[in-house]
Design a protein around this ligand. Sequence first.
Ligand code: PMP
Length: 283
Amino acid sequence: RIAYVNGQYVPHEQAAVHIEDRGYQFADGVYEVCEVSGGRMVDQRRHMERLVRSLGEIRIAMPMPMAALDVVIRETVRRNRVRDGFVYVQVTRGVARRDHFFPDPSTPPSIVVTARSVDPRKADALALKGIAVITAPDNRWERVDIKTIGLLPNVLAKEAAKAAGAREAWFVDGQGRVTEGGSTNAWIVTAEGKLVTRQADTAILRGITRTVMMEVAEKLQLRVEERAFTVAEALAAREAFVTSATNFAMPVVRIDGHPVGEGRPGRVARALREHFHESAEIT
Ligand code: PMP
């Protein structure tokens, strides 16, 4: 495998950043994960727009022009012979002597691009069974709309999920309402057949998959309501599911050990999953 690191393509096992990289020291950086399907990029434009937004929110300069980043992404996919998989892009505030204050503005941001293959049949097999989730207090900071590499609460919550035999943790705010998953957006389908997912304010990441699924839902003539829902509402729902670039739509069949609906993957999640790539922008 080959990784792109600050201007060079290097063997993956030798790819490294400096110990004084601010990503390493302070989690002072942002990232994106973008799907590759059939050798082409899925919704790259939207992912790159979100990268630009995340960088702007924490005042890191774009490390290279977008056209150049596009070339690097394609070249990284090509060199790794990825047909189906994912591209990972991470940008940090660069290397500087450890000091909380921003480094001198002349300090170049660090950029890493990697790509890897996945077997799409594995996720499809999982989607046929559905996943279990646990709930956990949302103890993250108040700007999780920024896709930062500071993911310790997400890591701990997902590990707790794993220990409980689940795949994902749903964060719950102080009012008992679900914000989002550790690495996914959370959805339910109400008894009336309405899709509900939390409004994209600063309490969730505005998932690209979430946005595309809204378009898919519209084409399927399904109603979508952007509002918070409680864990109790999710348990009483007909269906629940999560969305992300790596999961598309993944049915949730258990929450904290209790079945959702009939405890089986629902029709809406399956339909959204099937139709996702028709609404995604493939380039
Ligand atoms: N929320 C969180 C916290 C995430 O980490 C992710 C995946 N990066 C998502 C939502 C889903 O975003 P997307 O659909 O853009 O992958």
